[in-house]
Ligand binder design. Structure first.
Ligand code: C2O
Length: 589
């Protein structure tokens, strides 16, 4: 195994998009940030040099960090943040995982610009892919462009003030030709393909607020992996990818040589502030034409194209073909897309049949607390109420930066001056989906439970087999909830629309080849059932990957205790681990 080393300089720089320059916080001056490419088994060293005015941590999203929770990069849960003008070196091994993951800052708001792809290739090279060796491998990162100050936006979000959406969506950092001054190239992200060749697209949703649909006119995808776990291949013309999720898909360049738009449209949050007619953003797939043929395509007007399905067959000198995108309110396509994911590993390699030791039913909802407080106001005083997101009707309170990170408190058994509270076992109320929850902002008054904020934790014994039902209630704009667990992959047993019914839904469990995911989707007004084996000692964050939901408190912390032996226990922290000072805040001033 090799060692892979990177230096990440976190700094602010001006970037031009949408006809003006915006100050953005990025790694090494790049958006998206550098791609980390490793072979399974490699050790990774990343020197993070923080030249930005913010406190940062970098999280290696989906990397299991087995017995290495110290490198997980969650401020005040696994580490004190790296303060301005300080450095910290993350070190970890990548074991037993192959595919696409990503890295991102784990501080409010800043992951919109501090992120990049994390690619893990098999030890025995591309010949051990469970699919034909692709001609090229291409990261496709869907994200947002923000003209608003992200730090300020993040601050507002914790106060439930939702000031704005992104100004544009992006593919690999480019806004595309539906926007003015989209930059160079004008088409946005351009993927050059050779006829007959296969490309492995490593698709990442780094957006803060929305699930995306991705399509390429005239082409189909073969999905081969999700969250760095292989899946049984299936063919689709649309990819659904939630924030935090990664999808690997093969693209065969088998269309008549020409130019084809790729479109990425959000399906949940309303469209970005600067409206685009039909697509949130688009890029381009462009066939290389042979040297002798005329390849002058620059005279083509890009403002119009031919819709696919209209009998049009592309030629390079004609207008590119435009994909027909799902409706922006279509959530069912995502539901079906996610039900199509089945694992390539069979039950003999998965602990699906093991006895479940712990069952949790977690209702993802919305409640109210008093502004400026952590408790609910007296009932009826609605002007003083502030909305918070909840799990079983308690809203997660992130530990203050003046405390001891939870992992250190756990490791040294010191306790911490953060009051943690057990994640409530039973949901306080059950939603009736045929009634008010279906029309949360409808004519009936939205009934919100008064609640409070607490640092929710749940402890597991080493080796516990944990089953969780995440029940979404749709009270937050009717969104689905991409639930992300650090340090573990979850087997997705089943999903459904409406209320989970233990009497009949257990029969739907896939105990043969469930997909393994680090981010699972609790569908809009529906549920998802997962299991995981708590075998990675440490303190792991578990949260909705929508930034707004997370900031409002849809999160909890899972503590996995040490096992009986050295190699099932957490080793001591690395040297030069950051310490917390008393004058810092997780919120940029
Ligand atoms: Cu991708 Cu806790 O995050």
């Amino acid at each position: 195994a090799a060692s892979v080393e990177h230096t990440f300089i976190v700094n602010q720089t001006k970037m031009a998009r949408l006809c003006k320059e915006t100050l953005v916080t990025v790694v090494n001056g790049q958006l998206p940030g550098p791609t980390i490419e490793v072979t399974e088994g490699d050790s990774v060293t990343v020197h993070v040099v923080n030249m930005s005015p913010y406190n940062v941590t970098i999280h290696w999203h989906g990397v299991k960090q087995f017995r290495n929770c110290w490198a997980d990069g969650v401020p005040m849960i696994t580490q004190c943040p790296i303060t301005p003008n300080k450095n910290f070196t993350y070190q970890f091994d990548v074991i037993g995982q192959e595919g696409t993951l990503w890295w991102h800052a784990h501080v409010p708001g800043l992951r919109a610009t501090l992120h990049g792809a994390f690619i893990i290739r098999p030890r025995n090279g591309a010949k051990s892919y469970p699919f034909p060796k692709p001609h090229k491998e291409i990261p496709v990162i869907i994200g947002d462009w923000w003209e608003k100050d992200l730090a300020e936006m993040a601050m507002n979000m914790t106060k439930s003030i939702f000031t704005s959406y992104a100004s544009a969506s992006t593919v690999n950092g480019l806004v595309g030709d539906l926007f003015n001054c989209s930059g160079v190239p004008k088409e946005g992200y351009v993927l050059d393909v050779e006829p007959g060749k296969t490309y492995l697209l490593r698709i990442i949703n780094a957006g803060l607020f929305s699930e995306f649909y991705l399509k390429i006119a005239g082409h189909k995808f073969t999905v081969v992996a999700a969250d760095a776990n292989y899946v049984s291949p299936f063919t689709t013309d649309v990819i659904a990818v939630t924030p935090g999720e990664t999808i690997d898909a093969l693209l065969l360049a088998d269309a008549p040589p020409g130019r084809y738009y790729m479109g990425a449209v959000p399906n949940q949050a309303p469209l970005p502030d600067t409206q685009t007619p039909e697509y949130a953003t688009r890029g381009m797939v462009q066939y290389k034409v042979s040297q002798s043929a005329s390849s002058d395509t620059t005279t083509v007007s890009l403002s119009q194209g031919t819709e696919e399905g209209g009998g049009y067959r592309g030629k390079s000198a004609e207008a590119p073909v435009v994909p027909k995108m799902p409706d922006i309110h279509d959530t069912i396509t995502s539901f079906y897309f996610h039900s199509n994911l089945t694992g390539l590993r069979q039950k003999e390699h998965l602990p699906v049949q093991q006895k479940v030791n712990e069952r949790l039913f977690i209702v993802l909802g919305l409640g109210t607390i008093c502004k400026h407080g952590r408790q609910s106001c007296k009932r009826g005083n609605s002007t003083e109420d502030m909305l918070v997101a909840t799990m079983n009707n308690v809203s997660y309170l992130h530990p203050e930066a003046t405390t001891t990170p939870l992992l250190e408190a756990h490791y040294y058994h010191t306790g911490c001056n953060t009051t943690t509270e057990e994640l409530p076992k039973r949901p306080p109320r059950f939603y009736n989906f045929t009634d008010e929850a279906l029309i949360p902002f409808g004519p009936k008054e939205m009934r919100l439970e008064p609640t409070y904020k607490a640092t929710l934790v749940r402890r597991f014994k080493h080796g516990d087999v944990v089953e969780i039902i995440f029940q979404s209630t749709g009270v937050l704009q009717g969104d689905s909830n991409p639930m992300h667990l650090h340090g573990h992959d979850m087997m997705v047993l089943a999903q459904g629309i409406g209320n989970y019914d233990p009497m009949k839904d257990v029969a739907k469990y896939n105990l043969v080849n469930p997909p393994l995911k680090n981010t699972v989707v609790a569908p809009n007004l529906g549920w998802v059932a997962i299991r995981f084996v708590a075998n990675n000692p440490g303190v792991w964050f578990m949260h909705c990957h929508y930034e707004f939901h997370l900031s409002m408190g849809m999160a909890a912390v899972f503590i996995v205790e040490d096992g009986p032996t050295m190699d099932t226990s957490l080793p001591p922290p690395p040297v030069n681990f950051p310490t917390c000072s008393h004058d810092i805040s997780l919120m940029p001033k």
